[in-house]
Design a binder for this molecule. Structure first.
Ligand SMILES: Nc1nc2c(c(=O)[nH]1)N[C@H]1C(S)=C(S)[C@@H](COP(=O)(O)OP(=O)(O)OC[C@H]3O[C@@H](n4cnc5c(=O)[nH]c(N)nc54)[C@H](O)[C@@H]3O)O[C@H]1N2
Ligand SMILES: Nc1nc2c(c(=O)[nH]1)N[C@H]1C(S)=C(S)[C@@H](COP(=O)(O)OP(=O)(O)OC[C@H]3O[C@@H](n4cnc5c(=O)[nH]c(N)nc54)[C@H](O)[C@@H]3O)O[C@H]1N2
Ligand code: SF4
Ligand SMILES: [Mo]
Length: 859
C-alpha cells in the first residue's frame, strides 16, 4: 500500500500529471483511492497491489435530483473503491423489483474522486474588497487561500455589504445550510419558482387536484395494470424516470393496456411500449384537449351515444355548465359554453385545435372517442408540457377532461401526474426516514424574487412582489449553495451579466461549476460519500435507501454546515444556533425516526431496531427500540423495501374517499368539489402580478410557443425563430450534475437532436457543427439528425455546463439556458420548453467531442 500511496501523492504534485491521470480515467480503467486526500492511481499499479485482497461492500449515496433513487454499493479494499454494484438483495420480479442503479450512479466514484474536485478554498486573482475587475468573473485565474483567509474575506464582505446597503442586498437562490449563518447575520433575499413542476406546482391544489401532493394524483403501479388504455402527455420515463417506472408501464402493457403518447419525441419509452404516437408541437396540449372536449360535447348523446360522464360532472364538479356553477359566479363563465364558443364565437373544434397543435382534426376526434369509449383509462402527464409560459390553466384543463370522461377515483381509471419519483406509481409513502432534528434558523427577511426575474432584478434594481407591487432592490452579494442556478435557471446570458454586476460572489461547491466559475471566492465542500451517512430522499413509495460514509473528507473540503458554523464563530455570532446538536445525533435521529407501514396498511411504525450497542456505535443519545430491520442489517443491505403483492392492502386509488362519499370527504376547495370554475386559482395566479387567467381553463398561447414561430400565423409564414427548442432530461446528467464525468461524456455524447426534414432544409448533415440561436443567446452543438423528433422541434439535452468562447462569444457546450429567456408568467413558471430558435450550419471552427475537452482542474 505504501507504494501505491507514494505514487498517488506524486500525481497530486503538479497539474500536468493530473491531466495525465484524467486520461487514464477517460480510458475507463482507473480505480479510486481514498483516505489520504488523493484521487486516482493508474489501474495497473492499483490492481497489482490490491489483487486478491478482501474488501467490504459499503452502501454509498447517490443523492442527486435525478428522478430515481437506487441501491449503490462500493467495494472498498484498503480505502480504494475497486468497483461498484447495485441492488442484489433479493430476486428481481415485477411485483418486488430490485432497485437497480443507472450508469450515472455506477460512475459515481469518478465524480467523488474526480481529478477536478475542488481541493482548497480559493479566490479570484484580481479580486479586491468591493469586487476588483468584476468583468473578469468567469475568466480570471484562481489563487489558493487558507480557510482562515477565506473566512476573513467572507466575513468582512458580508459585514461591509450589509452595513453599506442592508441585508436586502444579499441574495441567495438556495442558500442551504449556509443560509443559517446568513440568517443569524440578519437575513437575505431568496428566490422562488415552480422549477420541475411547471404549472403543477401550486395551482392544482386550488381547484382540488392532487390531494396531498402530486404523487397522490394517480393510482399505484399495481392498479395501473387494471387500465385498458394509458394516455401519456409528454413523458419519457426511460430517460427521465430512472429505476423501475418504465418496467411498471411494461407490466400494465403485459396485462393488456394499450398506450398512446402525445409527445414531440418518439422516445425509447414509446418504442418499448409499442405505443401509438401523436407528435404534438410543444406548448399546445391545452388546445388539443379543448378540441377533444368539443368533440365529446357535440357527439355525446346520453342514450344513444354516451361519451361524457354526466353523473361524475354533476356530482363531483362545479363550473362545467350554467346549471352547476359555484355560488356567486358569472353563469356565462362556464366551461361548456367556452368550448362551444357560445359567447366568443370561437367553437374549440377539432379543426380549431389542429391548427394550433399540429395533430390532424381526425386524429384528435379519434383519440377523444377512443378515450370516451374505453371504460378504464389512465390519463397521465409528466411535467414537461407544463414547463411552458402561460400554462397555468393546463393542469385545470387536464383534470376537467379527466372528469368529463369519468377517469378519476376508480380502479384502472385515473387523471394526474406521472413524473419523477412517482412515475407510474402514485400513493402515500409506505416507508419514510426520520427528520434530523435540527431546529431552523428563520430568515428575518421574507422577500423572495421569482427565478425568472432574479437576474433582471439584480441588473435593473426592481422586481415584481405581487399584483401592483413592484419593489426596488439593490443586490450586491450573491451566494451560491447546493443549486446550480446560474446554469439551470432561465436567461443565463443575463445571469452572467448579473454576476459581473454585483460587488461579491461566493460559492460553495464540489467542482468549478458554472456557479463557481463566475464567483470571487469558492469554498470546497464534501460530497455525501464523505459525510456520516443517512437516507436518500425522493425514492419511490416502497423503498428507503440508506448510505454510510466511505471516506474521510477529501483534501480540505468541509460540509456546508461546518462552514456556516466556523464562519459564524469568525463573525462573532452565536455559532451554537447553527449546530445545536452534533452530526452524529442528526444521523441517529433520521435512523430512529424512520417509519414503515404496519400490517393494517395505514399506521406507520418504527423501521429500525436499535440496541444500546448500536446507539453507542453511532455515538448519539437515544433509547433502544424495536423495528422491522436491525441497524446492522441496514448498514449492510443499504436499503429497506416493502414487499408488494397483487391484492395486498398497500395499493392506492387517488381520490378514492372523495368519490365514495363527496359529502363526508370533501376536497379542500370552497365548494368541496373539483372546481372547473375556480376563483381561488384566479386569485392565486393573478395575484402573482405577472399575467392573468380566467376561472375556467381557457387556452393561453405561450410566449415563445408554437404560434410565435410564425411571422404570420394565418398564412403560415415562419419568422426569424421558426423552430421550437425543448430540453429533454438526459441520461448523461442529473441536471448539471455529472456533466464533468468523462466516463459519462464518453457513454453519452451531447448533441442537439434535429429532425431529418429540418436538417435537410438547412443543408445540415449528421455530425455537422450547428449554431442554435434564440432571442436570448447562442450555442453550438454537433447535429444528431433523427427521424424520431417532430419536424419543427429541436431537442437540446438539459444541463450542459456553459463554456463561452472568448473569441466568438458563443457558448460551445450546448447550455440550454443560454437560449431561454428570463420571462416570468402566471405563477412564475420555469418555462424552459417554450423557447423558439433558429438552427444553421456553423461556418467557424468545428467542435471537438467534449469528452476530449480538458477537465476544469484548478490548483
Ligand atoms: N433549460 C432548462 N432548465 C432547466 C430544466 C429544463 O428542463 N430546461 N429543468 C429544471 C428542473 S426540472 C430542475 S429540478 C432544475 C435543477 O436545478 P438545480 O437544482 O440548480 O440543478 P442541479 O444540477 O441538480 O444542481 C445542484 C448543484 O448542487 C451541488 N451540490 C450537491 N450537493 C451539494 C452540497 O452538499 N453542497 C453544495 N454547496 N453544493 C452541492 C451540485 O454539485 C450541483 O452543482 O433545473 C431546471 N432547469
Ligand atoms: N436522466 C435524467 N432524468 C431526470 C432528470 C435529469 O436531469 N436527467 N431530472 C429529474 C427531474 S428533477 C425532473 S423534474 C424530471 C422531469 O421529467 P419530465 O418532465 O418528464 O422530463 P422531460 O424530459 O423534460 O420531458 C418529458 C417529455 O415531455 C416532452 N415534452 C416537452 N415539452 C412538451 C410539450 O409541450 N407537450 C408535450 N406533450 N410533451 C412535451 C419531451 O419530449 C419529453 O419526452 O426528470 C427527472 N429525471
Ligand atoms: S437513477 Fe439516480 S439514484 Fe439511481 S443510480 Fe442513477 S443517478 Fe443514482
Ligand atoms: Mo426537476
Amino acid at each position: 500500500m505504501a507504494n501505491l500511496i507514494e505514487k498517488a501523492k506524486n500525481y497530486t504534485m503538479n497539474r500536468r500529471k493530473f491531466l495525465g491521470l484524467t486520461a487514464t480515467v477517460t480510458a475507463g480503467a482507473a480505480v479510486t483511492l481514498t483516505g489520504c486526500g488523493l484521487t486516482s492511481v493508474d489501474s495497473t499499479t492499483a490492481s497489482a497491489h490490491l489483487a486478491g485482497k478482501e474488501g467490504e461492500w459499503v452502501p454509498v449515496a447517490c443523492w442527486h435530483n435525478c428522478g430515481g433513487r437506487c441501491s449503490n454499493k462500493a467495494y472498498v479494499v484498503e480505502g480504494v473503491v475497486v468497483r461498484q454494484k447495485t441492488d442484489d438483495t433479493h430476486q428481481d420480479t415485477p411485483d418486488y423489483p430490485q432497485q437497480r442503479g443507472c450508469n450515472r450512479g455506477r460512475s459515481q466514484r469518478m465524480q467523488v474522486f474526480g481529478a477536478d474536485r475542488l481541493k482548497y478554498p480559493m479566490k479570484r486573482k484580481n479580486w479586491e474588497p468591493g469586487g476588483g475587475k468584476k468583468e473578469l468573473r468567469g475568466k480570471d485565474e484562481w489563487v489558493r487561500i487558507s480557510w482562515d483567509e477565506a473566512y476573513e474575506i467572507v466575513a468582512s464582505e458580508i459585514n461591509r455589504i450589509k452595513d453599506q446597503y442592508g441585508n436586502r442586498s444579499i441574495f441567495a437562490s438556495n442558500a442551504g445550510d449556509f443560509g443559517r449563518v446568513l440568517n443569524l447575520a440578519g437575513g437575505y433575499i431568496g428566490s422562488w419558482g415552480t422549477s420541475s413542476w411547471g404549472s403543477w406546482r401550486w395551482g392544482p391544489e386550488k381547484f382540488g387536484m392532487a390531494e396531498g401532493f402530486f404523487e397522490q394524483s394517480i393510482n399505484d403501479r399495481m392498479d395501473l395494470r387494471n387500465s385498458q388504455l394509458v394516455v401519456i402527455v409528454g413523458g419519457n420515463s426511460s430517460w427521465s424516470a430512472a429505476g423501475n417506472p418504465t418496467y411498471h408501464y411494461l407490466q400494465a402493457k403485459k396485462a393488456g393496456a394499450e398506450f398512446v403518447f402525445l409527445d414531440p419525441i418518439y422516445s425509447d419509452t414509446v418504442e418499448l411500449l409499442d405505443a401509438d404516437w401523436l407528435p404534438i408541437m410543444p406548448t399546445t396540449d391545452h388546445a388539443l384537449f379543448l378540441g377533444m372536449a368539443h368533440t365529446l360535447l357535440v357527439e355525446d348523446n346520453p342514450t344513444t351515444n354516451p361519451l361524457i360522464d354526466w353523473d361524475f360532472l354533476n356530482k363531483y364538479t362545479v363550473g362545467f355548465d350554467t346549471d352547476h356553477m359555484p355560488e356567486g359566479a358569472d353563469p356565462k363563465e362556464n366551461f361548456k359554453d367556452y368550448v362551444l364558443g357560445t359567447y366568443d364565437n370561437i367553437p374549440k373544434t377539432a379543426e380549431w385545435a389542429a391548427e394550433l397543435c399540429g395533430i390532424s382534426a381526425d386524429k384528435i376526434r379519434e383519440l377523444a372517442l377512443r378515450i370516451a369509449k374505453t371504460e378504464r383509462v389512465a390519463l397521465l402527464t409528466a411535467w414537461g408540457p407544463a414547463r411552458t409560459h402561460n400554462s397555468d390553466s393546463w393542469p385545470h384543463m387536464f383534470m376537467t377532461f379527466g372528469a368529463m370522461t369519468g377517469n378519476i377515483g376508480k380502479s384502472g381509471a385515473m387523471t394526474g401526474v406521472s413524473c419523477h419519483y412517482s412515475t407510474a406509481n402514485g400513493g402515500t409513502w409506505l416507508v419514510t426516514a426520520g427528520g434530523n432534528g435540527l431546529p431552523p434558523v428563520p430568515n428575518p427577511i421574507k422577500e423572495t424574487i421569482n427565478d425568472n426575474e432574479m437576474w433582471l432584478a439584480i441588473l435593473d434594481g426592481k422586481y415584481v412582489a405581487g399584483k401592483n407591487d413592484v419593489r426596488d432592490v439593490n443586490i450586491q452579494m450573491i451566494y451560491h449553495g447546493p443549486e446550480a442556478h446560474l446554469q439551470t435557471r432561465s436567461g443565463q446570458t443575463k445571469g452572467i451579466e448579473a454576476h459581473r454586476h454585483v460587488e461579491f460572489v461566493l460559492s460553495t461547491s464540489h467542482f468549478l461549476t458554472t456557479n463557481s466559475k463566475f464567483a470571487d471566492v469558492v469554498l470546497p465542500v464534501t460530497t455525501e460519500w464523505e459525510k456520516i451517512g443517512g437516507f436518500g430522499g425522493f425514492s419511490n413509495r416502497e423503498t428507503l435507501i440508506f448510505w454510510r460514509q466511505m471516506t474521510d473528507p477529501l483534501y480540505e473540503a468541509k460540509s456546508d454546515i461546518r462552514i456556516a458554523y466556523e464562519l459564524a464563530e469568525k463573525m462573532g455570532l452565536d455559532a451554537n444556533k447553527i449546530l445545536p446538536i452534533d452530526e452524529k445525533q442528526m444521523f441517529y435521529n433520521q435512523v430512529s425516526g424512520a417509519k414503515v407501514v404496519a400490517a393494517d396498511g395505514k399506521t406507520m411504525e418504527p423501521l429500525v431496531t436499535l440496541t444500546e450497542a448500536d446507539i453507542q456505535e453511532i455515538g448519539a443519545k437515544g433509547t433502544p427500540q424495536q423495528g422491522r430491520i436491525s441497524y446492522q442489517e441496514l448498514k449492510t443491505k443499504g436499503m429497506y423495501q416493502v414487499e408488494r403483492k397483487p391484492g395486498d392492502n398497500l395499493g392506492f386509488i387517488a381520490y378514492e374517499s372523495f368519490v365514495k362519499d363527496p359529502v363526508a370527504n370533501p376536497l379542500k376547495t370552497a365548494s368541496g368539489k373539483l372546481e372547473i370554475h375556480c376563483q381561488a386559482l384566479v386569485d392565486f395566479v393573478n395575484g402573482k402580478g405577472f399575467t392573468e387567467i380566467r376561472p375556467i381553463p381557457t387556452y393561453n398561447p405561450a410566449q415563445e410557443g408554437y404560434e410565435a414561430t410564425f411571422k404570420d400565423f394565418k398564412n403560415k409564414t415562419k419568422g426569424d425563430f421558426p423552430l421550437q427548442v425543448i430540453n429533454p432530461h438526459y441520461l448523461r446528467r442529473s441536471h448539471s450534475i455529472f456533466d464533468n464525468v468523462t466516463w459519462l461524456r464518453e457513454a453519452w455524447p451531447n448533441p442537439v437532436f434535429l429532425a431529418a426534414k429540418d436538417a435537410e432544409e438547412r443543408g445540415i448533415k449528421e455530425g455537422d457543427t450547428v449554431l442554435i440561436s434564440s432571442k436570448h443567446g447562442k450555442t453550438l452543438r454537433p447535429a444528431h439528425v433523427v427521424e424520431w423528433i417532430a419536424p419543427g422541434v429541436v431537442g437540446l439535452p438539459h444541463g450542459a455546463w456553459v463554456e463561452i468562447d472568448e473569441k466568438t462569444q458563443v457558448d460551445k457546450a450546448g447550455s440550454d439556458n443560454i437560449l431561454t429567456g428570463p420571462i416570468p408568467t402566471g405563477q412564475g413558471i420555469g418555462a424552459w420548453n417554450s423557447t423558439i430558435c433558429q438552427v444553421e450550419k456553423w461556418d467557424g471552427e468545428p467542435l471537438t467531442e467534449d469528452v476530449k475537452w480538458p477537465q476544469r482542474i484548478v490548483l
